[in-house]
Ligand binder design. Structure first.
Ligand SMILES: [Zn+2]
Length: 285
């Protein structure tokens, strides 16, 4: 344990992209800043990383160096820009074989990529990152795996799920779980006790009350956070430099999710607060 561990800062960068650093080590979850138009995605038009938007997000987010970039799963809104980000600011890309194939398609060297599995633990300075394999939110539009190098431009449907993961950050000053996809494996997080839970709520409003209750039970009640910050709720067809809006009503029911969060927060006494894009917080102080 460090005697004087530096304070941890975390910055929200849209969808489930979260940058975590203690000033010495830097880790990003999910590299996705291109945010292509949903119409292009829906029409199956080819899309590719937008290098200008990637540069802009990295500089506005103050990300100059990374030790690691962990990818929750290989849909475009999690993996798409990850190889380009590693090329720019360094670090190793951690993800499923499908994610590694996205890296290969962008000519990222094998030495810059690591395949992850459930239960893996990686150390970066004072941080330990633990990998929990999970399940994609119900209604996965592009299931399956990416079995060969994915070279952009490519259709959204080429970005198949691969494995689906959550990441537990342990640091001498506190603990946080980043849980990008709104589904659960029963009892997977049993016994954790985290300071902060980044809770994926994508499409949660469209699920049954039973599912919503079970989801809350196996994520929030299991990990007993002091604070919940919802992620993966924003309309990712809009650029990050505009005010974030919820996903369109045809794809999610954000109002219903908001109601659920308000009610659960009041019942449990656990605060739920939304983080603005590029807003940095010190979750453990
Ligand atoms: Zn997905």
């Amino acid at each position: 344990m460090a005697v004087e561990a530096a304070s941890v800062r975390s910055t929200f960068l849209g969808t489930s992209s979260v940058h975590v650093t203690d000033g010495v080590s830097g880790i990003l979850i999910d590299g996705f800043f291109t945010r292509p138009s949903l119409l292009r995605v829906a029409l199956g038009r080819p899309i590719a990383p937008d290098l200008g938007r990637i540069s802009d997000a990295l500089s506005r987010g103050g990300i100059e160096h990374l030790d690691a970039l962990f990818v929750a799963h290989s849909h475009l809104d999690h993996v798409m820009d990850s190889p380009e980000i590693v090329k720019r600011v360094g670090g190793v890309l951690y993800g499923s074989e499908s994610t590694v194939n996205v890296g290969r398609g962008a000519d990222l060297g094998e030495q810059s990529m690591t395949r992850i599995s459930d239960g893996d633990k990686y150390a970066f300075g004072d941080f330990t990152v633990r990998v929990f394999e999970g399940a994609h939110s119900p209604g996965d539009r592009f299931p399956g795996t990416i079995d060969e190098p994915l070279v952009p431009p490519a259709k959204a449907s080429a970005y198949r799920t691969g494995g689906c993961y959550s990441f537990l950050f342990e640091h001498p000053t506190g603990t946080m779980l980043v849980h990008p996809s709104a589904n659960f494996v029963p009892n997977k997080f049993e016994g954790l006790d985290v300071d902060l839970l980044y809770l994926g709520i994508g499409a949660l409003g469209a699920q049954s009350a039973q599912f919503q209750n079970d989801y809350w039970h196996h994520t929030v009640e299991a990990t007993r956070p002091d604070l919940i910050i919802p992620v993966h709720w924003d309309h990712f067809g809009r650029p990050l430099n505009k005010k974030l809006r919820p996903m369109p009503r045809a794809l999610d029911n954000f109002a219903k999710t908001k109601e659920l969060l308000d009610r659960k927060s009041a019942e449990s006494g656990i605060p739920v607060r939304f983080q603005k894009p590029y807003e940095t917080i010190t979750p453990f102080s």
